[in-house]
Design a protein. Structure first.
Length: 234
């Protein structure tokens, strides 16, 4: 009987079993992933309910987080999901990712590497390419703003000192924090990372802007060059 129900449009289900009605009555926390996605989809397709289509979509991925990294063409491979429905699903997943983040705002005090990690990791951990960001700080270690200075390939992110320090000079920054991600999920710095960090520290010393730390963001973990004793320009 349950399988037969899945083949019916949701409007033909008993009212107490419809995802939207259940959300109204009991709250979103009581719904399954498939039921929540079904609400986003709105409708299924011929012979299949929105919940059934949502279950097909979920079966393509290990979990919701992996699904959030998919593109619209991949999601549209599921029968019953077109570009408009795929856009709604990805928009909802992006909102969820932003809720997890604690973005660094102007005036925020940086007390240590953990503050930076908690702000950046929800955005950076699932990217398929390397992104290099610089947090500009005033003399009291408070955030001026965060700047993305480079986006690289899956294996490399080329960063030139002028790209890092030009915004810092414009904003009269006293110091900077360097952040980049490793799409592999392993935050262990490569030889190139260590050499790049050395060059940036040296450049900062020449122009009088201190590099306070360099964080490599992985999957749920990070490495701080300061914590690991790697902050040297020699």
């Amino acid at each position: 009987m349950a399988d037969l129900k899945m083949n019916l449009p949701i409007k033909h289900w008993p009212e107490e079993e419809r995802p939207r009605e259940r959300l109204h009555q009991y709250g979103p926390g009581t719904l399954s992933d498939a039921q929540l996605i079904a609400i986003l989809l709105g409708t299924g397709n011929a012979g299949r309910s929105a919940v059934s289509v949502a279950m097909d979509l979920l079966s393509r991925y290990r979990d919701i987080r992996e699904m959030s990294t998919a593109g619209i063409p991949d999601i549209c491979c599921v029968p019953g999901i077109g570009k408009a429905k795929a856009a709604r699903v990805l928009a909802a997943l992006e909102l969820g990712r932003r809720v997890q983040a604690f973005p660094l705002k102007e005036g925020d005090l940086i007390r240590g590497s953990r503050d930076v990690f908690e702000s950046c990791q929800p955005y950076l951990r699932d990217l398929k390419k390397e992104v290099f960001r610089v947090v500009l700080l005033n003399g009291k270690n408070r955030v001026i703003r965060t700047v993305t200075v480079s986006e690289g390939s899956l294996t490399a992110c080329l960063v030139h000192p002028r790209e890092v320090f030009a915004p810092a000079i414009r904003e009269s920054s006293a110091a900077v924090l360097l952040i980049h991600n490793h799409p592999s999920g392993d935050p262990t710095p490569s030889r190139e990372d260590i050499e790049m960090n050395r060059r940036l520290i040296q450049a900062g010393e020449l122009i009088g802007i201190k590099v306070l730390d360099h964080l490599v963001i992985g999957d749920g973990r990070y490495l701080s060059f300061v914590d690991q004793g790697l902050m040297t320009g020699g």
